[in-house]
Design a protein around this ligand. Structure first.
Ligand code: ATP
Ligand code: MG
Length: 411
């Protein structure tokens, strides 16, 4: 054999045995987003480089360091590092602003970022996300956050923390930037290199820094009082308060994190992140926010918008750690014909079921049942003779014997 060509660093094959969880992630997305009136959109994997420079922002890590860019016929093209810019381009190009608001779209698919690969961080990874266009009210922000939480809950992920913040509008943000720069000036030389670069270009982004020495500076009393000061204008404060009251009404727990600014340049007002306590340092599963000026900046008709994106590989690793879902029933029988018939009957009635194909001893079958099912459906000699069935709840050990016609009612 010649040289073996290997998969590229930071990329992965997804193999058949992993597909079950991927189907679950994809099916739940389709069901939950469709149910809320979102239509799926699939945009191309590559776009004009300029789309991302303008649409993601040329002060971001994504655009500065992480893009896969190549030339073809003297055009600069880039593999999409995220999908919001592509969806906005499609929104504009297809005249979707003429549709009645809100226009709701969802997507899933691969994204590409040239990053240092590590757990939860790949060079080709997948995102699932939604974008809602045309509504500036906080009801839209509440729906989008609620949808993200519902989707995660549908996957059985509950140990989540929702963080929200308001970045204000371009007006109030200017004041904040000025104040922030002023208070950080004496500490400039202690900031990391990235932050020194961001200081002029995009001071808000400093707050996003994960370097400990920078984080320590944000804790200094004078800096802290600026970060935690109320800089946002009345309208933005009102919008943020509305959002909080809607989230309260929906029973969604959240914390306000004043350091949450998110990596992308285009956000205004609401930004949010959802973290899982079960992931290591790459613990953000979902990031989103409002981007009211992006459609206009990309040449479209002024349209407010909000959306989120979730990292599917990070969801995948959370799902893997979960206990596998138990079957509802495991048929335990000494008679294989009766077992086959009962398994078929239960499956026909949408009850997840299995049994022991090799017809092992009764006690072995019961052991297996208690490992993988919630109920043992027992068809011993007595039951078969009397046309009854015994049903043992394997969590409580409670057992009943009922006529076979009553089986479904007892599961
Ligand atoms: P991070 O701070 O972890 O780099 P980000 O702010 O760059 O995240 P977004 O651009 O908001 O992330 O993307 C949304 C989600 O996509 C993230 O919360 C994460 O779950 C996932 N994600 C981002 N980059 C990667 C990657 N390189 N590999 C796997 N998942 C990723
Ligand atoms: Mg990143």
């Amino acid at each position: 054999m010649g040289n073996i060509i290997k998969v590229q660093k930071g990329t992965k094959d997804i193999l058949p045995q992993e597909m079950g969880l991927w189907y679950t992630m994809e099916d739940n997305a389709r069901r939950i987003f469709t149910n809320a009136g979102y239509g799926e959109i699939r945009t191309p994997i590559f776009e004009a480089t300029e789309l991302f420079a303008r649409g993601v922002g040329d002060t971001t890590d994504i655009v500065n360091k992480e893009m896969y860019t190549f030339e073809k016929s003297e055009r600069s093209l880039t593999l999409r590092p995220e999908n919001t810019a592509g969806v906005v381009r499609a929104f504009i190009e297809n005249g979707m602003h003429r549709l009645s608001a809100p226009v709701k779209l969802w997507y899933k698919g691969p994204m590409f970022r040239y990053e240092r690969p590590q757990a939860g961080r790949q060079r080709q990874f997948h995102q699932v996300g939604v974008e809602m266009f045309g509504i500036k009210d906080a009801t839209a922000d509440a729906e989008v956050i609620e949808l993200a939480v519902s989707y995660l809950k549908s996957l059985g992920l509950n140990d989540l923390e929702v963080e929200i913040n308001s970045l204000g509008c371009p007006n109030c943000r200017e004041n904040f930037k000025t104040e922030l720069k002023k208070v950080l000036k004496p500490y400039f030389n202690d900031l990391c290199e990235d932050c020194q670069n961001r200081y002029e270009k995009n001071p808000l982004r400093l707050l996003d820094c994960k370097v400990d020495s920078c984080k320590a500076i944000f804790e200094k009393p004078d800096v802290k009082s600026v970060i935690y000061g109320d800089f946002i204008c009345e309208d933005c404060a009102e919008h943020f308060n509305q959002l909080k009251s809607y989230l309260d009404a929906l029973g969604i727990k959240y914390t306000v994190n004043k350091l949450l600014v998110r990596g992308l340049d285009y956000y205004n007002r609401t930004v949010f992140e959802i973290k899982s306590n079960n992931l290591g340092s790459q613990n953000a599963v979902c990031g989103g926010g409002r981007y009211d000026s992006l459609v206009r900046n990309l040449g479209g008709v002024d349209t407010p918008a909000i959306g989120f994106a979730m990292g599917m590989e990070r969801l995948y690793s959370l799902l893997q750690k979960k206990e596998p879902e138990k079957l509802t029933a495991y048929v335990v029988s000494t008679n294989q014909t009766e077992a086959l018939k009962t398994v078929k009957y239960l499956r026909d009635n949408n009850i997840s079921t299995d049994f022991d194909f090799a017809g092992k001893k009764f006690t072995k079958q019961m052991e297996k049942a208690s490992k993988i099912a919630k109920f043992a459906v027992i068809l011993g000699e007595d039951e078969i003779a009397n046309k009854t069935v015994s049903i043992k709840n394997l969590e409580t050990s409670h057992q009943v014997t009922v006529p076979q016609a009553e089986l479904l009612n007892n599961l």
